[in-house]
Design a protein around this ligand. Sequence first.
Ligand SMILES: [Zn+2]
Length: 263
Amino acid sequence: MQLMFLSHQVTAVHEAVHGWFGNLVTCAWWDDVWLNEGMTTYYTDLTLLDIQAWTRQNVRDDINARRYKWLKENWMFALHDETFVEDEWATNVYARGPAVLQMFHKAMGEKFETRLFDYLKSNLYKNVNSTTFINALTKNNESVEREMFNSFIFQYDAPLISIIYDNDTKAFIISQKPIHSSRNTKWTIPIWYQRTETETNSEEMRWLRAADEKLMIPMIEDPENYRFDQECIGFAEYIIEIGQDIALHCSSAAEWSEIDFDM
Ligand SMILES: [Zn+2]
């Protein structure tokens, strides 16, 4: 309901944000239309947050609603997608785009914003593609961040992350496989976790890399006090097994409502 109430405001802000993403810097071809629409959708949400129309929870609800729609209907499409199937592309770029950008942003912190600003400045009135974006955001360096961009921009589907607590080694063992496909696709994805026993524990981040079989987080004595990706920012679903308890996380937690994707 809140989304409907705010829909005119969202549209007005969305079209204004296109001044930067789409008008000032434009994708060279439709296969990278996410650079216009995904970016604009994400910064529309953040702008609404800045002008106090939305809370941070609104932003997350909106992005998650879009993400679940994509996971349900459009997982066969990558962000950079040459097939460009009519009627399918829209959900892909409007849904997967902002959800993946939100993860990139949190994983890189302030560096994401400063490099995105540089990307805009150095490409004024030019045409760009996904590689232009990745080069700007990584400053042309090979890095774990480049692995993350490549795996989430050029591959379809998304990771199903398995987190199992091993009692013998006192470690969380984290591995991945695709949610839908039977292919051997792997992603480089940030894994956020937090020990919640006291409020002063801050959130930590580790990388599960595409090239690695698994990630181990050792020296865990009280696994039941740990929470993974509490903000639901990772573009993934999680199965968490601690002893006899198995929890599904970020898969069906958020409800999604009908959203008009054609803006
Ligand atoms: Zn648009």
